[in-house]
Design a protein around this ligand. Structure first.
Ligand code: PLP
Length: 386
């Protein structure tokens, strides 16, 4: 039997939210609350100025980490979902056509389903059974008729597949379309250079691979696009103007910002700038170890790219007899291992890889895990699946 330490959580749910966070993230959040507790952009007293400075520095750190030359093109959001909604609803109009991959999360699928009901044409390009999007298939779809936007994830939260978003940027631009990328599973786990990728929009979560807290995300908007803002309200300046100022990033950040969350994300970005490469090497090793171990367990189907192929540190499995929810329950109850079973808010992706009915059991690997944790989880899986 795998040795159980009931007091310990062995956390394999990084694809949902990374945990734990580096201490510098917690410290920065506490400092923001304690030393910079004013309202950012509102007022000239020292605590308000300290809050503004906290956000300014965080924006610079995130822009630097992601290769974005102009920090004002980074908008802080409540998460990847909000960023994608701003981009999708702010850029796409009735009668426009969108080409989208079949691997998308509900953060893309649901806004598009809503727009489709309001007269937007949504054409879905099916990925292969491993969850890989084929750039040639997207190119063919785009060539069929005028296209306003191509939308694709950078990496899948179900299969871990890494999508060819650099190629998709060229395909979209050659056709006069914009490329919107959902980077929720890529940032932190991959070395992402948004400038070099050429995406017009790149949205991500702060709380996954970026190692920041929940409730904060990032939205990169290139200087060449001008989406409508989703929310209007106070922007801290130009209060006499009846309409939302067009100044970035204020235009897209109406209302009081999540200063502690942004402070935490800024600290996480600075942490990753120093330790990111080392962490990615470790994640790669742990992912390969987990992948090989899972492949050796009888009755398990391992989704996504084959061993040796590139993937982000996400591995989902389906057992031929035992329900994923049951395995997740046993892993938690008997072994203190946290995983996520079900559809992962991604029914399109599960449909693509043939697991819409069963769902899957997902291991998300990241900061804080060791090879001993992987071996412990594999032993637990062998016991439950025996
Ligand atoms: N897109 C993908 C691929 C995801 O995995 C997730 C979260 O699970 C999201 C979008 C939504 O991110 P957030 O929770 O930051 O809104």
């Amino acid at each position: 039997m795998a040795e159980t330490d009931a007091s310990r959580v062995v956390y394999f749910d990084h694809a949902a939210t990374s945990w734990p966070k580096p201490d510098v993230v917690l410290d920065a959040m506490q400092r923001a609350m304690h030393d910079a507790g004013g309202n950012p952009g509102r007022g000239a007293h020292r605590l308000a100025v300290a809050a503004s400075r906290t956000i300014l520095e965080a924006r610079g750190a995130v822009a630097g980490l992601l290769g974005v030359a102009e920090p004002r093109n980074i908008v802080f959001t409540a998460g990847c979902t909000e960023g994608l909604n701003v981009a999708i609803k702010g850029l796409i109009r009735r009668g426009d056509r969108v080409v989208v991959s079949s691997m998308e999360h509900n953060a893309v699928a649901r806004p598009l389903n809503m727009l489709a009901a309001a007269g937007v044409i949504v054409d879905v390009v099916r990925a292969d059974e491993y969850g890989n999007v084929d750039a040639d298939a997207v190119e063919l779809a785009v060539a069929e008729r005028e296209t306003r936007a191509v939308i694709c994830q950078h990496a899948s939260n179900v299969t871990g597949s890494i999508q060819p978003v650099g190629d998709l940027a060229d395909i979209a631009h050659d056709a006069g379309a914009v490329l919107i990328v959902d980077g929720a599973q890529a940032t932190g786990h991959l070395r992402v250079d948004v400038g070099a990728l050429g995406a017009d929009v790149y949205a991500s979560s702060g709380h996954k691979g970026l190692l920041g807290p929940q409730g904060v995300g990032i939205l990169y908007l290139s200087s060449d696009i001008d989406p409508d803002e989703l929310v209007q309200g106070g922007s801290g300046g130009n209060s006499e103007e009846p309409m939302q100022p067009r100044l970035r990033p204020d235009r897209y950040e109406a209302g009081t910002s999540n200063t502690p969350g942004i402070a935490g994300l800024g600290a996480a970005a600075r942490y990753l700038a120093v330790h990111g490469d080392e962490l990615r090497v470790l994640e790669g090793e742990l992912t390969s170890r987990m992948h090989e171990g899972l492949l050796g367990i009888e009755g398990l189907r391992v989704l996504g790219p084959l061993p040796g192929e590139e993937r982000v540190p996400v591995i989902s499995v389906v057992h031929e007899r035992i329900d994923g929810d049951r395995i997740a329950f046993e892993l938690d109850r008997r072994y203190g291992i946290a995983v996520r079973a079900g559809l992962h808010c991604a029914p399109w992706a599960h449909n693509t890889v043939g697991t819409l009915d069963s769902g899957a059991l997902r291991f998300g690997i990241g900061y804080g895990l060791t090879s001993a944790d992987v071996d412990y989880a594999l032993d637990a899986m062998r016991e439950i699946c025996a």
